[in-house]
Design a protein around this ligand. Sequence first.
Ligand SMILES: O=P(O)(O)OC[C@H]1O[C@H](O)[C@H](O)[C@@H](O)[C@@H]1O
Length: 422
Amino acid sequence: MIKTDLTGALSFIDEKELPGAEDKKALTDLLDGKIGRGGAGWLRLPEDYSDAVSAAIRSAAYQIADNSEVLVVIGIGGSYLGARAALDLLRTPYYNQIKKRTPDIYFAGNNLSGEYLEQVIALIGGRNFSVNYVSKSGATMEPSAAFRVFKNLLDSKYGAEGARKRIYTTTDGEKGKLRQLTDRKGYTSFAIPDDIGGRYSVLTAVGLLPAAVAGIDIDELMSGARDIMNKDKDDVLQYASARQALYRQGKKIEILGCFEPSFRSMGEWWKQLFGESEGKDGRGIFPVYTEFTTDLHSLGQYIQSGERSLFETFVSIEKTSAAIRVPKDGELEDGLETLAGRELQELNRAAFAATKAAHNDGGVPVIQLDVPQLSPYYFGALVQFFELSCAVSALISKVNPFDQPGVEAYKKNMYAILGLQK
Ligand SMILES: O=P(O)(O)OC[C@H]1O[C@H](O)[C@H](O)[C@@H](O)[C@@H]1O
């Protein structure tokens, strides 16, 4: 499973603190439903996942793949980051194993840039496409504006009835503007349970429908999440309590890093999950995602020698599928000839070990999360691992992990500037 290795942090925190009684209580209270505060419905997802849920999602995915060369997933924040993480993490290594061609998947509605929208429309070209509009509230400006654009394109290309059949919505099961529209128009739709907030909703149709369209085995994905819930949670608790212990030592910034570029979108999802769950009441660890070795050439100086108010969490992928080796080429004078024949992954692992040691020596506490491989199973396990550790960490710091009152401030200003009613 996923292991938490704290050896690189113990010289900064007292081992007997990990996990403290408070930390253990936060986990047990969360699991016992004592402190769900209306947002812990995601805990049920692995257990509620049934053949019926799987079949409904997979049949919509087949329908989309049957008549579309492109799927546009419209959403922002928790309504798109998880799906993008799954696709970026799993399509490359896993993709080659998928026998049949699956639709290209593009994301829209995750910004207000007209440039970006025009690029997505250009990418679609004249190809047949469908839309999965994902929004729990149905009232978020970015996806609403993008949906207007793509619904208009669908109406012009396929007529009202043809367009209706190509629009799939994922939204609140009972209320909200998108639910009302869905029920009025009769769109194929999936519900996000009321007690599951956006950043905790990956393991609903929010993440599972795009993943299924991409050919990812969602049953395998969910079995990874289920095993996190069914097995001991020491590693979850170790990570959560170590974060808070380091924060109490003045380490206010957490840098999550991975040496696989396919992990970047998972890092962006992790950033929202922890930042939006913990950044409250003037407190909270600030989450940053860095891609290694790439960002060693941009932030390496700061991490090594800047403010000592940070700690690092490295996600180590133990086994990858790459087999590419350094070619032999005597005419190049790059000093790499002695490496000829060795795998690139060996160089990547050496860079990881070197970076971890250097940063640790430079006064940066280092936590390491060991993930055996990039697969649907471990994607699901990692999602549940991070959601559990995030909720526990927020509870240890005495904030509600499941609300996000702060995001309304800028929206109020934006609506006033645009002369809109909020
Ligand atoms: O799914 P929606 O209701 O469109 O919300 C999309 C996102 O926007 C909100 O402002 C929150 O910051 C996020 O937690 C949420 O995931």
